[in-house]
Design a protein around this ligand. Structure first.
Ligand code: BGC
Length: 427
């Protein structure tokens, strides 16, 4: 064996509803597409047509030995108009969740993954604390509708990415460019997470269940100074880390809001996660506030550095705030030709398995290639290839590798030779 998975560690795959379902739902990303913002002109209205092909996708997952699936439900589909709930959408998700159970696949359910119903967006979305109640009403509805089928929940996905790209960088909807607004959105989303955490536990307890687990998906990266000897670079790396992920993790996990975040609705300090959900992709090398990539490092097809040991650094950062089991809820890479994904998976898993951290789950991002937000269909992250024209699914080499790792409980010398040894990253 080159390495064994940690005792009890389970491997799964991850997705988000707007990235796979397709259909003309009235949410902010279909709106963004209509404004011509998607780089390759593709639309979330097509994506993987998972809404029709879900059974095939679950069967494929099952055939690959995958038994853990992080998936999301689409708020805009469930509550297309404020206060009115779509029974057909409820039926759809119940059918999907029941079918997963039948196939022995356990759900980890994301309630919010970047998409808002347009009625919510036009009321100011998460930039206005008055709207927290609308989000909580949706969470309560979702738990009552699916709580008998789902024990584990992610409240919100990556508040920092959502807030930074939508309210500071402006590339994501609604396209704002204010650092103040971005911090406010993070504060409001942290409050939403904490209130949902309590509510989900309360509702499921009332339903007679005592196995509920709730977390929020935290996007973290390593921030490294471009020049380690330059005190300015070192400070920028430190400040960027705090502004982007540190303050948010502290607020969401413990209810302590430190600047630039604010405790807008009087949250009491506490412990607000049953597992630490970490989404990890890359390292940023900085010489100013923000983002950057060092020259001459291994990069994926979007230019993101591949830095496997960073997954440990980021997991440790979270674990130092609250010691809970760790779920890697996203880790993956844009590799359009599937040239180096086996190596990427191998190196990240190996890093995790050589540490003493309590990593219980690893969900690869993602199962099938899907609608990659601003990049549209042009950036492929899947272990299953999608031909968007025909909607044909084909397991990639990395998919076969992943399946083998699950079956064998780690990476054997033979697997290493067959899948990993011949792969090299691009510089
Ligand atoms: C998001 C995913 C996205 C992935 C790759 C994460 O930040 O949660 O929705 O597809 O990164 O960009």
């Amino acid at each position: 064996m080159v390495f064994r998975l940690l005792p009890g560690m389970q491997l799964g795959v991850s997705s988000a509803p707007a990235q796979i379902e397709g259909g003309d739902v009235d949410h902010n990303w279909n709106h963004w597409y209509r404004l011509g913002k998607i780089k390759d002109g593709s639309s979330p209205g097509r994506a993987n047509r998972h809404l029709e092909l879900w059974r095939e996708d679950i069967d494929l997952m099952h055939s690959m030995g995958i038994r853990h699936y992080r998936l999301g439900i689409e708020w805009a589909r469930l509550e297309p108009e404020e206060g009115s709930w779509d029974k057909e959408a409820v039926r759809y998700y119940r059918k999907l969740l029941k079918y997963m159970k039948k196939r022995g696949i356990e759900p980890l359910l994301t309630l919010h993954h970047f998409t808002n119903p347009m009625w919510f967006e036009s009321q100011g979305g998460f930039a206005d604390e008055q709207n927290i109640s609308a989000f909580l009403r949706y969470v309560s509805f979702a738990v009552r509708a699916f709580g008998d089928l789902v024990a584990e929940y992610i409240t919100v996905n990556e508040p920092n990415v959502y807030a930074t790209l939508g309210y500071y960088d402006g590339g994501f909807p609604p396209g704002e460019d204010s650092v103040m607004l971005a911090s406010k959105v993070m504060s409001v989303m942290a409050a939403c997470h904490i209130r949902s955490y309590r509510m989900i536990h309360r509702l499921r307890r009332k339903m007679g269940y005592h196995d509920t687990k709730v977390g929020y998906a935290h996007h973290a990266r390593v921030f490294a100074p471009a020049d380690r000897k330059n005190p300015l670079h070192t400070s920028f790396a430190k400040i960027s880390r705090w502004m982007f992920q540190g303050a948010l993790a502290k607020a969401c996990l413990t209810g302590y809001f430190r600047p630039p975040l604010r405790n807008i609705i009087d949250i009491t300090p506490g412990e607000y996660a049953d597992f630490l959900a970490l989404n990890y992709y890359t390292r940023s090398t900085v010489s100013r506030l923000g983002d950057g990539t060092a020259p001459d490092v291994a990069k994926n097809d979007l230019g993101w550095e591949i830095y496997p040991s960073g997954i440990i650094q980021c997991a440790r950062e979270l674990y130092a705030i609250l010691d809970r089991p760790i779920y890697i809820t996203e880790n993956g890479t844009c590799d359009n030709q599937d040239d180096f994904r086996c190596r990427y998976i191998y190196e990240h898993l190996k890093a995790l398995c050589e540490e003493e951290l309590p990593v219980e789950r690893y969900y690869h991002w993602c199962f099938c290639d899907n609608f990659e937000w601003l990049e549209g269909e042009s950036a492929r992250f899947g272990i299953v290839h999608i031909d968007y024209e025909t909607q044909q699914r084909t397991i990639k080499k990395s998919g076969r590798f992943y399946s083998e790792v699950i079956a064998q409980g780690g990476v054997t010398e033979m697997l290493y030779q067959e899948y990993v040894a011949g792969e090299a990253y691009h510089l």
